[in-house]
Design a protein around this ligand. Structure first.
Ligand code: TYM
Length: 337
């Protein structure tokens, strides 16, 4: 029988807080779960990236496990997908060095996230690690020969860099050196905005009142949605420029119910913002209830979680060591085995 090999997907989330937020879920995690039946998926808790914000070591250890538990609670299935912790597969950092040697300084300096983050911390707080962050991300992707990378809009430029680097390797060392990856960004949920400042993306570093954390209790979720900034007027219409607050609530509503925004808008004709907010609060609470319970269950069984991560580490290494060996060989490095 003729069997077509499946394409591979790779993605990662940083363990930078105890709970992921709704932007991580709608922009990334939910797509990860959906891709599992069609792709060979490799998903990682990218703890090395999290070191760029100098976390407390004990907090980092806890967050790595909490993040992995949330991947599983969202529906990442360890029988279908490889789930592992980035730092446990050394080929990521090994390939980063090789990629550092083909990445232009100017090219890395143009990464907008680096520019934004370094502007916030000021020159003296900027580390080489923060500068090199996108190259490590490119190594994550290329070391699995990933074809697709499911992410939110804010990661588009980083995935573009990994494409450029793969194309460069193929030009320099011959076709087949690296797989050229492509970002998979689902437009409707590509950028979920802060509830208090609907012109900024929802982010772990934003004010608490603007974020919905996946592990928040129902009371907190309801309060945050009910106090979300809406816009002047009272009509519920889809107008992201004039009414970004309402548009954000509609986008979240649509993503969580899989209903078209136009249909939701027509259902709320003649109703007030308050109606939309109460209904949305209930939808978010009920979507996240089983997620929160499952995460707590997983965290109460450390043996199970450790076993899954150990199995993931072995499966990830089996792929990464082969791909790294191939690329390193093209560079002219001697084989290690
Ligand atoms: P991180 O940890 O900041 O975010 C994880 C994922 O969540 C998405 N995301 C959002 N999507 C929609 N709306 C938002 N408000 C929102 N906020 C975050 C991000 O786009 C991302 O997909 N550099 C990556 C982690 C990473 C990675 C990789 C991703 C490291 N190596 C290799 C893909 C492939 C990051 O900072 O994600």
């Amino acid at each position: 029988m003729f069997c077509v090999p499946r394409l591979r997907a790779f993605s990662g989330i940083q363990p930078t807080s105890n709970s992921l937020h709704l932007g991580n879920y709608l922009g990334a995690l939910r797509q990860w779960v959906r891709l599992q039946d069609a792709y060979d998926c490799v998903y990682s808790v990218v703890d090395l990236h999290a070191l760029t914000v100098a976390p407390d070591p004990a907090a980092l250890r806890e967050r790595v496990r909490a993040t992995a538990a949330q991947f599983l609670a969202a529906g990442v299935d360890p029988d279908k997908s490889v789930l592992f912790v980035q730092s446990q597969v050394p080929e990521h950092t090994q390939l980063t060095w090789l990629l550092n040697c083909v990445t232009g300084f100017g090219e890395a300096s143009r990464m907008t996230q680096f520019k934004d983050k370094s502007a916030k911390v000021g020159d003296r707080g900027v580390t080489v690690g923060l500068f090199d962050y996108p190259v490590l991300m490119a190594a994550d992707i290329l070391v699995y020969d990933a074809h697709v990378v499911p992410v939110g809009e804010d990661q588009r430029q980083h995935v573009e860099l990994s494409r450029d680097l793969a194309i460069r390797l193929n030009k320099r060392f011959g076709e087949g050196t690296a797989q050229v990856p492509e970002a998979v960004i689902v437009k409707a949920a590509a950028k979920i905005y802060d509830l208090q400042d609907p012109t900024a993306k929802m982010s772990k570093t934003g004010q608490a009142a603007g974020i919905i954390e996946l592990l928040d209790d129902p009371k907190t979720i309801t309060k945050r949605i009910k106090s979300a900034v809406t816009d002047s007027g009272s009509q519920i219409t889809w107008d992201p420029d004039a009414k970004p607050g309402v548009a954000n609530l509609l986008a979240i509503y649509s993503a969580l119910t899989d209903r078209a925004v136009s249909q939701i808008v027509s259902d709320y004709q003649g109703k007030l913002y308050g109606h939309l907010k109460s209904d949305l609060a209930e939808i978010v609470v009920e979507t996240l209830r089983p997620f929160r319970e499952r995460t707590a269950e997983l965290l109460s069984d450390p043996g199970l979680l450790d076993g899954i991560l150990e199995q993931g580490r072995e499966r990830a290494r089996a792929i990464a060591s082969g791909v790294y060996g191939r690329i390193a060989g093209r560079f002219g490095l001697l084989a290690t085995r």
